[in-house]
Ligand binder design. Structure first.
Ligand SMILES: NC(=O)c1ccc[n+]([C@@H]2O[C@H](COP(=O)([O-])OP(=O)(O)OC[C@H]3O[C@@H](n4cnc5c(N)ncnc54)[C@H](OP(=O)(O)O)[C@@H]3O)[C@@H](O)[C@H]2O)c1
Length: 240
């Protein structure tokens, strides 16, 4: 699949700020229709939608979504489908982190990270699937693959997302599911230290455009992306 994203409906969780917002803006440049969700940052969400329109989005929607709330998940998906008709790409981006050794994590810290990052991703995906045409992209983390102090619970939530997607890939073909692994990225989550979120957004859009050679259920590490398809639009653009 190597194609245009024009008029595609892209639902990105947690897209009022950070990586989600940068991703919404980058999809807008492809002429996609963008569904922005916010949890607390309503003002930023509307600002992001306006910027999406300026960058070429062919339609935008702004929805409140709390991934801890089952009713809210169902309503957000129903509202999206009611207005947009279907979903082409779901980007499971929303996430939270509590940096503490396991011994200091409260039960509430543990519940929040697992509920939002893992359970929220699974419930959101499950609710979107009957309306999903092309793919799911999960924003996971390198912490899932090796130990980093203070990130055990967060890493477990991200590791669960990877396990989930490996099975999902076996179930939803010809539709796809991929995992994207950002390095440290300059957002609120890191105190704005790291690479610009636009770097992650670019890889997500190339993945959605079908430019990367990556198997269904596979991984894309930001900074060392997979090979590009021969004849890909990006290679053609670089050759010009
Ligand atoms: N930044 C990094 O270095 C890095 C590295 C690897 C992976 N990641 C992953 O990238 C994703 C985006 O992170 P970011 O760095 O852009 O962080 P961010 O700027 O803090 O954004 C997180 C987003 O998640 C939303 N969110 C939080 N709780 C939610 C809930 N209960 N329901 C729905 N949405 C909720 C936030 O909305 P509100 O602000 O309105 O609550 C916000 O839009 C996360 O999954 C993160 O784990 C980040």
């Amino acid at each position: 699949m190597n194609g245009t994203l024009r008029d595609n409906v892209i639902l990105i969780t947690g897209s009022s700020i950070g990586i989600g917002r940068a991703t919404a803006l980058r999809f807008s440049e492809e002429g996609s229709r963008i569904v922005i969700t916010y949890h607390r940052d309503e003002e930023e969400a509307w600002e992001a939608a306006e910027e999406c329109q300026r960058r070429g989005a062919r339609g935008t929607m702004v929805l409140r979504l709390d991934l801890r709330d089952d009713v809210n998940i169902r309503k957000a998906v129903a509202d999206t489908v009611g207005e947009m008709g279907h979903i082409d790409v779901l980007v499971n981006n929303a996430g939270v982190i509590e940096r503490k050794p396991v011994e200091e994590q409260t039960f509430e810290d543990i519940e929040q990270q697992l509920r939002i990052n893992l359970e929220g991703t699974i419930k959101m995906t499950r609710t979107c699937l009957p309306h999903l045409r092309k793919m799911v992209i999960n924003v996971v983390s390198l912490t899932a693959h090796r130990g980093y102090p203070d990130l055990g619970v967060y890493a477990a939530s991200k590791g669960g997302m990877i396990s989930f997607s490996r099975t999902l890939a076996e179930e939803i073909g010809p539709r796809k599911v991929y995992n994207v692994f950002p390095g440290a990225t300059a957002t609120r989550m890191t105190g704005f230290h790291g690479d610009p979120p636009e770097k992650v957004a670019e890889s997500i859009v190339l993945l959605a455009r079908g430019e990367y050679l990556v198997p269904n259920g596979g991984d894309v590490k930001i900074g060392s992306p997979p090979a590009m398809r021969s004849g890909s639009m990006v290679q053609a653009e670089m050759a010009r």
